[in-house]
Ligand binder design. Structure first.
Ligand code: HEC
Ligand code: HEC
Length: 241
């Protein structure tokens, strides 16, 4: 009887023992998804090498900063960045999985951005706004934050170079907060209608609100067409991201 009692106690102790936390495996999340089946494998949409899908407007994530990826996943979760697909994924990943997957994605080979020597852009072209800005409308040059040719800088400023034009255009409209073509709703109302308001100090919202829809399209195409390659060419012009 005593023996049985001890066995019983042992059983209870075993059952109640805190299950040792199993560290999330970032690469497994990329390929198989999270523990929750709703956290679909990243490769399903971002592509096997996580270089994105231009036709579907899905961005490259390979090689992005881990801090930036964590921030975006938290922002999708909080709803300060709207996207039905990514909100579902971000909401169903655990914090451990978010940290692990961000680290694994940032370690994946990105792309080589062949930064071109600065040229003399013609006024009002995409290159002009990208490199010189439009100060009369408080638009700083895109490259002052996003780096030469939009290659991305540190943990805060994501790369624009080589991202799908459709994606870049959609993001600028999400910051601007007005449906494409609806310029009439700019101003204070536009902020309320923004579907991406995760930018520190409203940096991108201010800029996007000052850009016309035609300029947004032009800039998206300009950065998407940047010289991006998987194979290094001239060593002095290559920046691996
Ligand atoms: C069902 C398709 C789908 C799946 C699965 C998916 N994504 Fe995404 N992801 C998208 C789309 C679409 C976007 C663009 C969202 C937008 O327009 O704001 C995106 C954007 C992102 C971004 C923002 C990139 C940037 O430059 O700001 C990150 C980070 C990201 N995804 C990470 C992940 C991770 C990590 C996984 C796997 C756990 C994953 N995604 C799985 C479709 C998907
Ligand atoms: C003052 C700094 C600054 C300037 C200038 C700037 N940006 Fe940004 N931009 C940011 C920051 C910061 C983010 C990331 C916000 C976040 O945390 O999600 C961003 C994000 C973006 C994104 C979303 C990228 C992605 O992967 O999701 C696009 C597109 C973009 N900027 C385009 C532009 C363009 C085009 C210009 C020039 C007209 C420009 N930016 C100028 C700071 C800047």
């Amino acid at each position: 009887m005593i023996k049985l009692q001890r066995f019983h106690n042992l059983l209870i102790a075993l059952l109640c023992a805190p299950i040792a936390a199993i560290a999330a495996d970032g690469n497994a999340v990329i390929v198989n998804g999270g523990a929750n089946p709703a956290a679909i494998a990243c490769v399903a949409c971002h592509g096997e090498d996580l270089k994105g899908n231009a036709e579907a407007g899905i961005p490259r994530t390979a090689g992005l900063s881990a801090d930036y990826i964590v921030k975006q996943l938290h922002d999708f979760r909080a709803g300060t960045r709207h996207n039905a697909m990514m909100q579902a994924v971000a909401l169903t990943l655990s914090e451990d999985e978010i940290a692990a997957v961000a680290k694994a994605i940032s370690a994946k080979p990105g792309v080589n951005i062949l930064v071109t020597a600065p040229t003399n852009p013609s006024a009002d072209s995409a290159a002009w706004i990208a490199m010189r800005g439009a100060w009369e409308r408080n638009i700083p040059p895109c490259t002052s934050c996003h780096g030469p040719d939009g290659m991305g800088v540190g943990n805060t400023f994501p790369p624009l170079a080589g991202q799908p034009a459709m994606y870049l255009e959609a993001q600028l409209h999400a910051f601007k907060g007005t449906p494409a073509g609806n310029v009439a709703k700019r101003g204070s109302k536009a902020k309320m209608l923004a579907t991406r308001y995760n930018d520190p100090n409203g940096l991108m919202r201010h800029i996007a609100a000052s850009l016309s829809d035609a300029e947004i399209k032009m800039l998206a195409e300009y950065f998407a067409a940047m010289d991006v390659s998987d194979t290094p060419v001239a060593a002095d012009r290559i920046f691996l991201k």
